[in-house]
Design a protein around this ligand. Structure first.
Ligand SMILES: CC(C)(COP(=O)(O)OP(=O)(O)OC[C@H]1O[C@@H](n2cnc3c(N)ncnc32)[C@H](O)[C@@H]1OP(=O)(O)O)[C@@H](O)C(=O)NCCC(=O)NCCS
Length: 179
């Protein structure tokens, strides 16, 4: 079980089963899932994804950290951040914040904390984020944290009834450590 860690505004902790309803408020919200690689989820599917996250967190060796974002000093899940190992010392990054909390710097803060964790504690060399071409808020988060735009992944995801490209962003260990 991972010890919670914090940035300036947010904390990251393990997802627990009782996060299901808070998770549903996010993954069941079209404002959020419009930009994700999946369509909005039902209450039941959201609960199952919280329960599945608890199960996966117990696996050894651990290859995924799907964490709850909370505000510092508050335990309520207001977003999630995920690092999943892939390739050679690489990882894929994903994140989302409840729409009512957008624009407060929470994603920037939480992603910064998980990048630091991934590069310093998990020995990652390269971290990528695949972001929708029109997802300017997410692209702003990636750019502000020092990610570089690599190119376009054509028809990368099938979401909301259509194929959609993604823009691939990456950051390397030495780039992060000198930030
Ligand atoms: C992307 C997301 C996580 C950002 O969360 P957040 O907590 O509001 O992010 P922050 O407040 O840290 O930063 C948002 C940045 O986007 C910018 N932004 C917001 N809306 C924007 C828009 N329409 N166009 C351009 N920039 C925009 C903000 O100005 C800010 O950048 P800045 O700090 O350089 O000013 C949130 O919008 C979200 O959950 N979206 C849906 C899910 C998603 O897209 N996840 C990422 C998938 S790759």
């Amino acid at each position: 079980m991972l010890k919670p860690f914090s940035g300036n505004k947010t904390s990251l902790r393990e997802i627990v089963s009782s996060d299901g309803p808070a998770l549903f408020k996010i993954v069941g919200d079209d404002r959020v899932t419009k930009f994700m690689s999946f369509d909005s989820r039902s209450r039941e599917v959201a609960q199952k994804s919280a329960d599945d996250a608890v199960e996966r967190a117990r696996k050894t060796p651990r290859t995924e950290y799907y964490l709850a974002i909370t505000r510092v000093g508050d335990d309520e899940l207001i977003g999630t951040c995920r690092i999943a190992f892939s390739g050679v010392q690489a990882a894929k990054l994903g994140y989302m914040v409840a729409a009512d909390h957008w624009g407060n710097g929470y994603a920037t803060d939480a992603v910064s904390a998980i990048l630091d964790f991934a590069f310093r504690q998990l020995d990652r060399h390269r971290i990528t984020a695949a972001i929708g071409p029109e997802n300017f808020a997410s692209q702003a988060v990636a750019k502000r944290l020092g990610f570089s735009r690599e190119g376009v992944l054509r028809d990368h995801v099938f979401t909301n009834g259509a194929w959609r490209d993604s823009v691939l962003f990456s950051i390397l260990r030495h780039e992060w450590l000198k930030v």
